[in-house]
Structure formats: C-alpha cells, structure tokens
Design a protein. Sequence first.
Length: 326
Amino acid sequence: MEKPKNYKKTKKKRLLKYLSLLFIIVLCIVIGYKGFVTYSELHKMTNGVEIESKLRTTKVEIQKDPVSILFLGLEDYATKGVNGRTDAIILVTYNPKDKSFKTLSIPRDTYVNIANFNVTSKINGAYARGGIQTTIQTVENFLKVPIDYYVTVNFDGFKNIVDEVGGVNVNVPFDFWENTDTKPRKKIYFTKGEQHLNGLEALAYSRMRKRDINNDFGRQERQRQVLTAIIKELKSPKSILKTDTYAKEFSKNIHTNIGIRDALSLYSSLPKDITSHIEPLNYDGENEKINGIYYYVAEPKSVEDISSAIRNHLGLKVDQVGKVTQ
C-alpha cells in the first residue's frame, strides 16, 4: 500500500509533539525537584532567632505591611564563626504598596550605647558582646525604629553567593586597591568604570575605606551597589534553574527570622529594576578621638531626621513620650 505524500511531514510533526511533550515533562520534574530541594534548604536558612520589637504595637505581615530588615555582614573568621563583629550594618525598609525601599548604612564605628551592657562603644561590637538580640536592641535604641526582621551573612557566604550568581557588575568610582581577606593577603586593583567582580573581588570592593576620601560613606555606597547587583542577578531568568544551588549556598551561610513562605513571597514581589526603587539615607557626624580610640559621633539632629524619614516610610509615628506607635 502506497503511503500518502505528506506522511513524512505528519510523522515529523508527531515526533516534534512527542519531543516537546517529553521536554515539558522533564522540565516539570526538574523544576519540581528543584522546588523541593529549594524549600528544604531555605527552611534551614529561615530558622533564625525569633525577635519581637517593643516598638511595635501589633505584629506586621511582610506580604502586606511596610517592614524593616536589618542586614548584617559578619566578620567572624577570626573567632571561628562565633560572635564576630559586624563589618556591614544596613537597615532596609520596604513598603509593598508602592514597592519602595529606603536603605541606611550605619557606619560600623558609630558611637552608641550597647544595649544590656551599660557601655558606650562602636556599634559593630554589639554582636560580639550579645549576638543578634543585643545588636537589634542597640540599633532600635539608637534610631528609635523597630526592627522586624534580620539577615546575617558571613564573609565566606558573601563570596560564595557572588560566585554562584556568576559574579556582579559594578561601576567603580575611582582607581584603588584593597587587600583580600585571605591568608596570605594579596592586593586587588580596581579601575574606574564598569567592572565585573567575582566573590573575592566583590568582598574587597565592599570593604575598602582607608583609600576613600568619603571613608565609611563611600564604602556604604559600594556595599549597596554590590547588594543591588546580587539581587538583580537573582531576579534574572537564568537563575530559575539554579534555585536549588542558590538555596544550598544560602542555607550554609545565611540566617534569618523571615519565614520561608514570607521569604519566597518577598523575593517574588521585588521589582525587576530594583535600583530605581531605592532611596539611600545617611546621617551626619564627625570622627572624634575618645579615650584614645576613634569613633564616628553622629549628629543628633541628623539622626532624628533620618529616624523620622524611616518611621514615615513604615507608617509609624511617635507619641509624646517617644514610643513608636502605629
């Protein structure tokens, strides 16, 4: 029996349909498996210490209420992972209604009262004295702003995450060099303009301050730049099939009290062009030598203005006795 002339074309179409269906099935299995692994790994990351701010009158929901998140970069390699100092302290407030962010990088040498220890010192020493609880209370007392959530990451975790996303692109403001955190140390040179950085380079880029005329403020801007670049890479389409890899890396080096569902919801709601939604904040102050040690002494009026801006972004106000209310 003679086969129809279009038999071969029909056969090819059927084959393409079967292959397409097979690809879709395999893709679903892969995504399903990755989703399971991602959920399992992220659950480890989101088992952080529960905190409850005394500056809140009601509990907030990250999916619908304006919230504050304290990001801490831990320098804990010298203490073998136990209560090191905070090399980076960044307070982020997020309003889900207009998807707006405000970020405040707190200079690590800021002169403050350390909560629960009756001592005045550099704010980056709060974590070494009393861990996350003491750090959060110290920041709250200093800024009169409630801390709803926190995220901590150590140096190794930061470098690994940058490497996992394939590196980050930054706009280097001027030529400079900085030592690595490795032993033995080596110099990394940065050239003004667009530059692609791996994990080791991104950490050095974020930490340098001695060769910056803006000192801590220049460093804070570079930290924001790198953090934004990481989020941009995580939001890119190519990251979908690497979610399980990212999750495994996050679970090893990141700790937070944000629940897994809230974390995934927050991640999915972030705008693609996140840079245009961020307003960076800074407070004024001066470097002063106190008892032979240099500190950054904040200007009270400037701190008050920054505090007011953050509270407004969170939809809060201050009553007559200074308690933050909703």
